[in-house]
Write a protein that binds this ligand. Structure first.
Ligand code: NOJ
Length: 508
């Protein structure tokens, strides 16, 4: 069992909201979301009650991977705005007590970044060693397509490494000049007032200098994603940069490893503040699978002394409502679970509206990784343009006429209203945001756990099945939150409706 937090930091207590900027809100009229669009809708985030927003990359980019291929780390891509609009975004967010996190992409740059253009110029260019060049490639494979992770550059007759697209060459973090340059990028934005960063595939920055072949096991090697202990060393240096600034700046890392203990070992007082654990994004709609995922994260983070960072959806995986078969009640139950677990919840813009993935016709596919459906634009209003100044770059998700922010906010029984109640409760209740977690035995199809902390005990019961079920709980309890709003405030009679969840508080 874990111990309750005494004095949680904002990034432990809070809820963080991910914005995929191309798809959030368009003010300029080109059909691509922009920073002014984010500013315009900050009141939606304030209404919801989030503590911070994280935007996927907004730096200058040729957009081969929609911003995860950076050609200038210290400027804003014109499609999103300018440094001035960015300053205005920070000011407007801070005015509403919303912190701002940027997406920092440390493992690779764009092939159009001046560092790489110099590096590929000749074998003796001073930037040559900023990237990983070899006469003979090892057997590593790239993400997105089944092809080698190496491309031959005819100009110098050597291969360069890229874990992702050929347009995303990996930086060589074993070179101290690379580390200094990337720390300077952090300083540039910290000086500008950002509250922290999400670090893209940060587990990949530590690499064995020998770049040994993967074992002859394609599945295993793919899953291992090249963990190397040098990453911990580079993370300690990064942490020192963050800690040299006042005001609780933080970094959450994308540590895309399948072993929970390995993920958790990247976070703690000297490394990342948080490391995403993606276990829940793999869990099917099944109470036992959720229980096992939660137990795995609890065990790993308590052993490592780190704090969980939990996520159901993001721009890389199908939205959870879609994964669970499209039933909105399941999305509501999942929301109640995510927001009552121990750990910092990350929301993906649109999940509070119960959005499903869009159906993208073949002639409109644009992402090399096949992730367009979960990146569909956010419908803001019921008007034909749904609040977008231009025709969006991707098709709308299903039912935008009714499933949009204005309609959802108006309806007190909506999923958006449920998210808002959950966020408020989590914010106000020291047990919900800081308490320990105890998994309980429960009837088949039911997930049950207690949160225990300074404000007493809370009990969470979630029925994954479609038929009602009786759950016997000793003592008397009151329903303080429920996926069906009309139950809130009732004495708990032991009955849980089909595909429904409640949070209980002791009645006296
Ligand atoms: C992880 C990001 O979340 C994903 O969208 C991107 O394609 C890869 N890293 C490469 O940067």
């Amino acid at each position: 069992m874990t111990t309750p937090l005494n004095d949680p930091a904002w990034w432990q207590r809070g809820v963080i909201y991910q914005i995929y900027p191309r798809s959030f809100a368009d003010e300029s009229g080109d059909g691509i979301g922009d920073l002014e669009g984010i500013v315009r809708h900050l009141d939606h985030l304030a209404w919801l009650g989030v503590d911070a927003l994280w935007t996927s990359p907004i730096f200058t980019s040729p957009m081969a991977d929609f911003g995860y291929d950076v050609s200038n780390y210290t400027d804003i891509d014109p499609v999103f705005g300018t440094l001035e609009t960015f300053d205005a975004l920070i000011a407007a967010a801070h005015k509403r007590d919303i912190r701002v996190l940027l997406d920092w992409v440390p493992n690779h740059t764009s092939d159009r970044h001046p560092w790489f253009m110099a590096s590929r110029g000749s074998r003796d260019n001073p930037y040559r060693d900023w990237y990983l060049w070899r006469d003979r490639p090892n057997n590593w494979r790239q993400a997105f397509r089944d092809a080698p992770a190496w491309t031959l550059d005819p100009r110098t007759g050597q291969y360069y490494l890229h874990h992702f697209l050929p347009q995303q060459p990996d930086l060589n973090w074993n070179n101290p000049a690379v580390r200094t340059a990337m720390h300077d990028v952090l300083r540039f934005w910290l000086d500008r007032g950002v509250d922290g960063f999400r670090a893209d595939v940060v587990h990949l920055i530590g690499k064995d200098p020998a770049l040994p072949d993967d074992p002859d096991d394609p599945v295993g090697s793919r899953v291992a994603w090249h963990y190397h202990p040098l990453t911990h060393e580079w993370l300690r240096e990064i942490r020192a940069v963050l800690d040299s600034y006042p005001g609780d700046r933080m970094m959450v890392g994308e540590v895309n490893l399948s072993d929970n203990a390995q993920v958790a070992s990247h976070a703690g007082p000297e490394q990342l503040h948080l490391a995403f654990d993606f276990t829940l994004t793999y869990a099917p709609w099944d109470a036992r699978a959720f229980r096992e995922s939660i137990a795995a994260v609890e065990d790993a983070t308590s052993a490592a002394g780190s704090w969980p960072a939990l996520v159901l959806s993001n721009h890389d995986v199908p939205r959870h409502r879609t994964r669970y078969g499209g039933d909105e009640r399941r999305a509501m139950v999942a929301a109640l679970i995510l927001l009552t677990l121990r750990g910092t919840p990350f929301l993906y813009a649109g999940e509070e509206l119960g959005l499903e993935d869009a159906k993208i016709p073949a002639d409109r596919h644009v992402d090399p990784g096949g992730r367009d459906p979960q990146r569909a634009p956010i419908p803001w209003t019921s008007d034909p343009d749904h609040g977008w100044a231009g025709k969006p770059w991707l098709p709308w998700p299903p039912e935008p006429d009714t499933r949009n922010a204005v309609s959802q906010r108006r309806d007190t029984a909506s999923i958006a209203a449920l998210y808002r109640r959950l966020l408020r409760a989590r914010h106000d209740d020291a047990t919900l945001h800081g308490g320990s977690l105890e998994l309980l035995d429960a009837p088949a199809g039911v997930l049950a756990y207690d949160r225990v902390g300074p404000a007493g005990r809370r009990r969470v019961l979630a029925n994954f099945e479609d038929s009602p079920v009786e759950v016997v709980s000793e003592g008397s309890w009151r329903v303080s939150l429920a996926t069906s709003r009309q139950r809130e405030g009732e004495a708990f009679d032991g009955m849980l409706g089909g595909t429904a969840a409640v949070v209980l508080t002791p009645a006296d």
